[in-house]
Each structure stands twice: as structure tokens, then as C-alpha cells.
Write a protein that binds this ligand. Structure first.
Ligand SMILES: Cc1cc2nc3c(=O)[nH]c(=O)nc-3n(C[C@H](O)[C@H](O)[C@H](O)COP(=O)(O)OP(=O)(O)OC[C@H]3O[C@@H](n4cnc5c(N)ncnc54)[C@H](O)[C@@H]3O)c2cc1C
Length: 550
């Protein structure tokens, strides 16, 4: 309540605005906008050059105030009638708001420290898997309750694998989430972090049956692990978000599969012109990285084997085009790139050099004016920082990810760590920003969980208690190599440590066996390993399932 009063006094003093600093408008729930103000404060360095905890920029977010009992009513920073209404709220209303923004309060002395993990991807799940829950309580917050085994996701789009084979429920990865009284999984997105108060603010996934919509709550942490991943890059190209499919989640793969099968079926309808058939059955993939190439390979495999058997009326109309601005698989060895180019072309994939200018519902326009009609468009041009990461106002790495030091700590803020695709080394570490790869995320997760378990054993788990602790060896990443399947029982294996290094590279059937064996052993659980093996065997014997369900 005291905080509420202080905040109200601030609102009055500033006429509803927090000082005269620039405010950014940011869309936020509660049916209106939230404004984020940046209030400069000072940065302190210890004499040994280490950071001490004082944020460079302090984010004062209305959501945070509302969490502290000010209001859950939509309002703006300016002295609007809404703001006035907030100021005039009675104490009893404020108390109601406190229950409205219920959450997990800070842990008390004697209780286990609480680790809050944002995300259920590669980094978060590797971390969760080995967290010592005798030392810590754990709260995982993510808009999806499972981890996606992304390297095999492309195979689910055409029915080589079933969707559940690549999804692992998070409660099976860390069973304390379902079992321990003070550990939880919350199906929600984090929308803000107050690093001073050690709290995260969340919005539950919409379900329509909750008492409030949006349903917001807060969770206090002793240690925070941000592993919220990245988002597909669209380079601001008009029409991409509206018309293209991305391939990052299981539901994306489901949508792609449905669309592909729908196009195959509707193109058989009587009265469909030749030109329309060609368009409907033209599958375009934009982006020649490993994901785009693997998806094109799976599609060509599907066409050559299954479409030719099950859709004989339209088999000659279906085509795959892979559009890339430079060269495909640019991070792979040149001999492997050449192999992939030849193999894809032989499998019927048209490789096209071009830069997409805009995307329309039925056609793509390239920068040279070429128009490419399509029936299915899959966009795979890499990833960049997500909207959530961009709003965090934490230090950043050169690529705009959350900046971390050699121990994956976020500097200037205490007890906050970031890893995986959302994090990158700060420039001052002298280390490059690591590629957005599962093997990076996974190894960062492993490093961090070992660090946490060690810190926990030395009673450093509680908030602000590990300040002067020796953290041991920093995180070092050694690249183990890259693999990509190109369809028709062929794959590429590049075991070079870096792009310019020398090393073994293989392409062909043996590589494909290596690719399959490697991923089969990496699938998270025995249950899913079994599913994957059975799906592969079933597809080999009976072909892919082409029922369009849903
Ligand atoms: C189709 C495909 C194939 C790939 N193949 C390979 C491969 O063969 N080899 C390889 O090394 N890499 C591969 N990758 C890359 C690899 O999957 C990523 O680098 C890896 O997933 C990154 O892990 P992460 O934990 O950082 O993020 P992710 O795995 O993306 O997980 C992010 C998590 O954060 C959650 N989240 C997002 N926003 C919020 C929020 N606001 N609050 C809370 N939670 C949030 C998400 O729901 C998700 O659970 C592939 C990627 C794709 C898409």
C-alpha cells in the first residue's frame, strides 16, 4: 500500500507523467496502451572493473505499478481522465487490484530459493532437466508447455513424422514442475521484468474461461533465467507476416501440412484452370539456410514418392521453388553446397536467386520485378530478437540480443541470466555472438545449470546472495559441426569447427545415416525416440499419411 501511495504521489507530481523523459508507446493488454519510460540513472563499476548492480537505464513501466496495487485499469502516462481516475481510486479498490494481480511473492528466509525460467525451448529445457530441485524451487513460464525438437520439425510438415514425435512435455523433462508443492509451470508469456524488485510480469495464454482477460500475474524470483528464443526475420517486407507460413513451432508445421494437402485436393476439383492448378501446387520456400533446404528436400521427397502415387491427376503440376538472395547453405563447406545444389535440382527443386520485394496473397514480387505465383509459401530467412526481448531494456549484444558476460549473466542487474537464441556475448567480452543453433542453446543450458547447482550448494541461491562468489570457468563454445538432410535419403555432414577451418565433410547416403542416427540419439526422451523410430519405419513401409485432419 505504501508503494501505491508513493506511486500515486509521483503521478500527481508529474501531472500523470513520470518526469519529462521520452516515453515509448507500447501495446499492452488491458484494452489500451502502456507507456514505458526510461529514467537515466548511474552506472557504477567496482575498482576491479566488475559491474556493481545499478541499472544504466531503469524501466519504469506502468504494468509494474499496476502489479503493485496502483491499477489494472487502462490508462496513459499523460494526465488523462483515465489517469485521474487511477489517482482517485479508493484504498479498497487498490486492495482489489492487488488480488487481481495476484502472484508468487518473494521467497522467505528458510524457504528454498526460487528460480524462474522463461521459455521451454532448447536452452530452457536443458537447464530445467538437471536443475537440483533439492536446492531450488522452479517456476517455468512459457506460452507452450512442451519443447520442440526443431531439427526434425520439417519432417512433420509432410507426414514423415507425427507431430507428437517432436514435442516433449516440459513436465516430463523436469517432473518437479508437476510434483513439488512450490514449483510450477505457467502457460503464459512474460511481458515485463522489474530487475530491481526481482519480479516478472506475465500474461496467461488466452482461453476465454479465465476470470479476467487478459489474465495477468507476477512472479518474484531469486534467480531469473531468460531463454525466450528469437523470432523469424521478415526484414519489414510487406505481406510476409500476412501470407507466409513460418516454421518454428509444431502448430506452424500443422498449418503447413493442412495447406499443402488442401491445395492438392482442391486442385483436383472440376473447372480449375491449368494456370490455377499450377499456382495452387507451386510450393515456394524463401531462404536457403539449413531449415529452408531441409524443408525443400522433404517436400521433394513427398512429391516424388507420395504425390506421384496418391495424386496422379495433379502430379505433374506440383513444384517446389527455393528462393535465396545469395547462395544456399552459405555456412557449409563449398563441396557440400555444390552437392546440395545438384541433388536438389535433380529432385525437382527449382533454385532461384532473388530478393523478395513484397508478398501478395497469391504471388511474390522480386526486386527485379519478377512475379512468382504460389499456393504455399514458407518463409525461412533466419531469426532476430523478439518483440519481448526488444522491450526489456537490458544491455544488448551487437546483434540486439540480450547481452551477457562470460558466465551468461546480464550485467548491471543482479541474478539475471540469459541464454540461447535470445542472448549474445557483450562486445567487451571479445567473443562473437554465437549462431542461433540448438547446439549452442543446449550447451549454454548445461553450463548454466551446473553453475546454478554449484552456487546453490554454496548457499548462493537466494536473491543478491551470490554477488561475491567465485563462479569458476567461463562458458566456452566449441562448434561440433553442422548437418542438414537434403531429401531422398541424402544428407550433408560438415565437421569443420568453423566456416574457414579445415575438417571432414561428407555428403550422400552415409551422411544421411549419420544424420538420422545422430538426431535419433539426441531426441529428448525414450518415449519420443521410440515414436520417431516407429514413424520412420512406418513411412518407409507404407508411405506418408496424407489424411487431412482438422
Ligand atoms: C525448423 C528448424 C530447424 C532447426 N534445425 C536445427 C538443427 O538442425 N541444428 C541446430 O543446431 N539448430 C537448429 N535449429 C535452431 C534451433 O532450434 C534454435 O537455435 C533453438 O531452438 C534455440 O533454442 P532457445 O531455447 O534459445 O529458443 P527456442 O527453442 O526457440 O525456445 C524459446 C522458448 O521461449 C518461449 N517464449 C517466447 N517468448 C516468451 C515470453 N515472452 N515469455 C516466456 N516464454 C517465451 C517460447 O514459447 C519457447 O518455448 C532449427 C530451428 C528450426 C526452427
Amino acid at each position: 500500500m505504501a508503494l501505491a501511495r508513493i506511486a500515486r504521489a509521483n503521478l500527481r507530481r508529474s501531472g500523470g507523467a513520470l518526469g519529462s523523459y521520452a516515453c515509448e508507446k507500447d501495446v499492452f493488454n488491458v484494452g489500451g496502451y502502456t507507456n514505458i519510460c526510461y529514467i537515466p540513472s548511474h552506472v557504477y563499476f567496482n575498482s576491479d572493473g566488475k559491474f556493481s548492480y545499478v541499472p544504466t537505464v531503469k524501466e519504469q513501466n506502468y504494468v509494474n505499478f499496476s502489479m503493485r496495487g496502483i491499477s489494472g485499469t487502462p490508462y496513459h502516462l499523460s494526465a488523462s481522465p483515465d489517469t485521474q481516475r487511477v489517482i482517485e481510486e479508493s484504498d479498497s479498490e487498490l486492495e482489489n487490484d492487488q488480488t487481481r494481480y495476484a502472484g508468487l511473492e518473494a521467497t522467505k528466509p528458510g524457504e528454498k530459493p526460487r528460480v524462474v525460467v522463461l521459455g521451454t525451448g532448447w536452452a530452457a529445457c536443458r537447464f530445467l532437466k538437471e536443475l537440483d530441485t533439492r536446492i531450488y524451487d522452479v517456476v517455468c513460464i512459457s506460452p507452450r508447455n512442451h519443447m520442440v525438437f526443431t531439427p526434425l520439425l520439417a519432417s512433420t510438415c509432410v507426414g514423415t513424422l507425427e507431430f507428437r514425435s517432436v514435442a516433449e512435455p516440459v513436465s516430463r523433462i523436469q517432473d518437479a514442475l508437476a510434483r513439488e508443492p512450490n514449483s510450477y509451470f505457467f502457460l503464459a508469456s512474460c511481458t515485463g521484468i522489474d530487475t530491481d524488485k526481482h519480479e516478472v510480469y506475465c500474461e496467461a495464454v488466452k482461453n476465454g474461461g479465465l476470470p479476467r482477460d487478459p489474465y495477468q500475474f507476477k512472479v518474484a524470483y531469486d534467480k531469473l533465467v531468460i531463454a525466450a528464443g528469437a523470432e523469424p526475420l521478415t526484414f519489414g517486407i510487406k505481406g510476409v507476416k500476412e501470407n507466409a507460413f513460418f516454421l518454428r513451432e509444431v502448430n506452424h508445421a500443422q498449418e503447413i501440412r493442412k495447406k499443402l494437402l488442401l491445395n492438392l485436393m482442391v486442385s483436383e476439383n472440376p473447372g480449375i484452370s491449368e494456370e490455377e492448378k499450377k499456382r495452387l501446387l507451386h510450393c515456394v520456400v524463401v531462404g536457403g539456410g539449413p531449415t529452408g533446404v531441409e524443408f525443400s528436400g522433404e517436400l521433394s521427397d513427398f512429391i516424388m514418392r507420395d504425390v506421384h502415387q496418391s495424386y496422379t491427376h495433379v502430379k505433374d503440376y506440383i513444384h517446389v521453388t527455393l528462393i535465396e538472395a545469395n547462395e544456399i547453405l552459405s555456412s557449409f563447406d563449398i563441396s557440400l553446397r555444390n552437392y546440395a545444389t545438384k541433388h536438389l535440382t535433380k529432385s525437382g527443386v527449382r533454385l532461384m536467386r532473388g530478393v523478395v520485394k513484397e508478398v501478395h496473397p497469391k504471388k511474390i514480387v522480386l526486386s527485379d520485378g519478377t512475379e512468382v505465383p504460389y499456393g504455399l509459401l514458407v518463409w525461412s530467412t533466419g531469426v532476430g530478437p523478439s518483440k519481448f526481448v526488444k522491450t526489456l531494456n537490458l544491455p544488448t549484444s551487437p546483434c540486439g540480443r540480450i547481452g551477457v558476460d562470460d558466465w551468461l549473466r546480464v550485467p548491471f542487474v543482479e541474478d539475471v541470466f540469459a541464454l540461447g537464441d535470445c542472448a549474445g556475448f557483450l562486445e567487451r567480452t571479445g567473443k562473437p555472438v554465437l549462431p542461433a543453433l540448438a547446439q549452442v542453446a543446449e550447451r549454454e543450458g548445461k553450463f548454466l545449470v551446473e553453475l546454478f547447482n554449484e552456487v546453490g550448494k554454496q548457499n548462493g541461491g537466494k536473491a543478491f546472495s551470490a554477488k561475491d562468489m567465485q563462479l569458476g570457468k567461463p562458458f566456452v563454445y566449441n562448434h561440433l559441426g553442422s548437418m542438414a538432410s537434403v531429401g531422398r535419403y541424402k544428407a550433408l555432414v560438415d565437421l569443420r569447427k568453423s566456416k574457414d577451418a579445415k575438417g571432414l565433410s561428407l555428403a550422400g547416403f552415409v551422411s544421411w545415416m549419420i544424420w538420422r542416427s545422430a538426431y535419433l540419439t539426441r531426441v529428448v526422451s525414450w518415449r519420443n525416440r521410440f515414436y520417431v523410430a516407429v514413424n520412420w519405419a512406418t513411412t518407409l513401409v507404407f508411405g506418408r499419411d496424407n489424411s487431412r485432419i482438422g
